[in-house]
Design a protein around this ligand. Structure first.
Ligand SMILES: Cc1cc2nc3c(=O)[nH]c(=O)nc-3n(C[C@H](O)[C@H](O)[C@H](O)COP(=O)(O)OP(=O)(O)OC[C@H]3O[C@@H](n4cnc5c(N)ncnc54)[C@H](O)[C@@H]3O)c2cc1C
Length: 446
């Protein structure tokens, strides 16, 4: 059986390794367009923050380990340009310009997502960067070293933009953030979003939401960014306005697309073609709370989906229940997290949301080092079900959001969640954890 995988990062290499482990006789081939496989993109902002670190620190497993120790036919510098589902073959071109054609019995598309770079004037200038893969990270570090960068403009205010604003401040740069939409973090509860905004500005970052970028020009070695009411200048510009799924190959092959133009897959990760699977950022997924399709480009689900595909092409019957959209990031001294639905998403999914927003403490009363933690909790008035939680604080956010995520997977009501036996000791929280306080208050309103 020949299992061919397009894309050699989280989803692709997870699938390759697991397929080979489960069924060593399977011929596993990975076609990756770049020279990098199996690395932590998530670590890039922290790596960029430290000029002494090599970007290659983020490589989790080197190509030679996959080839020599795991027996995977890993071909880097191989870009796939077309899939022929009738002939069951893929074809493409190597970085050396040679054409190739490879037959498959089972195919996995694990092509990830690409950073959105607007087609506006000046976005192709050398100092304008995106950050998606390791080569982007190397380019940013090289540029900063070669140009003695003092100022950076970040276009976008999503989590990668915010992680990068912290990284660039750590490198002593002046940082300005702009974006078109008027609201700072539109998916977030207003009070929580205000806490994040305050932290970012307190760390010397200028924020301009509601400023559409029109063009970038190079003038005497500096970049001038023209927005609707502002003209900003810097040596470097980071475009961090989001990513889109790399689903073009699938679309051209006639495969069905789903949410946000990601490749539509069922719970076994199979596409609309019997022998073609898709996993990771290029594919959609089921949302456990809504039961509908969603697209959330994050690392855990990519790795997990890669494993599930490996199981299914080697005789297993793995079905993934889906995701609840759990995400966490850090910006300066704040941790920011969400899981499940916000009120607007809940309405869209047909729920009748009711919410509470509380501010609690991260440690017990009078315990040194305690700080404020904000928790927003959303439930459904009709069923009493827990629908989502958002949280901002200086500590303890990640472990708390995980408790809420598990409750969402279990389909718990707010009332049942309020009875959870959560951990308590003074350094970790009050007796009534802020999550329980929020659940107690919300269950009274439902
Ligand atoms: C800066 C940054 C920070 C992040 N932080 C987090 C975080 O903290 N937490 C989190 O959960 N997620 C984070 N992510 C997202 C996470 O990295 C992705 O969800 C994950 O890498 C997706 O894995 P994937 O295998 O689906 O796609 P990718 O990692 O994008 O890999 C796809 C691979 O396919 C290759 N490819 C594409 N097209 C072709 C083709 N035609 N032929 C051959 N090869 C092809 C690409 O070169 C690439 O190597 C972050 C991402 C970035 C960029």
């Amino acid at each position: 059986m020949k299992f061919v995988i397009i894309g050699g990062d989280a989803a692709g290499m997870s699938a390759a390794s697991r397929a080979k482990r489960r069924q060593p006789g399977t011929e596993v081939m990975v076609l990756e367009q770049t020279d990098d496989v199996s690395y932590s993109a998530c670590g890039m902002p922290y790596n960029i923050a430290d000029p002494t670190r090599e970007m290659d620190d983020l490589i989790v497993r080197h190509p030679r380990v996959f080839r020599e120790k795991q027996g995977i036919d890993l071909r880097t510098g191989h870009r796939v340009e077309a899939i022929d589902p009738v002939q069951k073959a893929v074809r493409g071109t190597t970085c050396g310009g040679k054409s190739f054609q490879v037959p498959y019995d089972k195919l996995l598309i694990a092509t990830g997502a690409s950073a959105i770079i607007p087609g506006l004037p000046g976005f192709d200038l050398p100092g304008v960067m995106g950050l998606k893969n390791l080569e982007d990270g190397r380019r940013i570090k090289r540029f900063m070293a070669d140009h003695k960068t003092r100022k950076d403009i970040i276009i976008g205010m999503g989590y990668i933009a915010l992680e990068m604003c912290e990284a660039l401040r750590a490198r002593q740069l002046d940082v300005t953030m702009v974006k078109t939409r008027p609201v700072f973090l539109p998916w977030m509860n207003e009070d929580l979003s205000a806490m994040v905004k305050e932290e970012v500005t307190a760390n010397g970052v200028a924020i301009y939401p509601g400023q559409e970028v029109r063009a970038i020009e190079q003038v005497d070695g500096d970049l001038k960014v023209g927005c609707q009411d502002l003209k900003l200048d810097a040596q470097m510009v980071l475009a961090a306005i989001g990513v889109r799924p790399n689903s073009g190959l699938a679309q051209d092959a006639g495969l069905q697309l789903g949410k946000k133009m990601a490749i539509a897959v069922d719970k076994s990760l199979r596409t609309s073609e019997q022998d073609i699977y898709a996993a990771g950022d290029c594919a959609d997924a089921y949302h456990v709370v809504t039961g509908r399709k969603t697209w959330v480009p994050l690392a855990l689900r990519a790795n997990r989906a890669g494993w599930a595909v490996a199981d299914n092409v080697t005789g297993g019957a793995k079905m993934l229940p889906g995701i609840v959209g759990t995400a966490v990031f850090k910006v300066f001294n704040l941790q920011v997290a969400r899981t499940g639905l916000n009120p607007a998403e809940a309405i869209d999914a047909g729920f009748e949301p009711i919410e509470v927003m509380i501010k609690g403490r991260t440690r017990a009363h009078a315990h040194p080092g305690a700080s404020t933690i904000g928790v927003q909790m959303v439930g459904d008035r009709k069923s009493g079900r827990l629908l989502g939680v958002q949280m901002v604080g200086k500590e303890g956010v990640a472990h708390r959001i995980d408790a809420a995520a598990v409750a969402l997977h279990a389909g718990m009501t707010v009332d049942a969640f309020s009875q959870s036996d959560l951990a308590y000791a003074p350094p970790f929280g009050p007796v009534w954890d802020p999550l329980l306080t929020a659940a107690n208050q919300l269950s009274k309103k439902i």
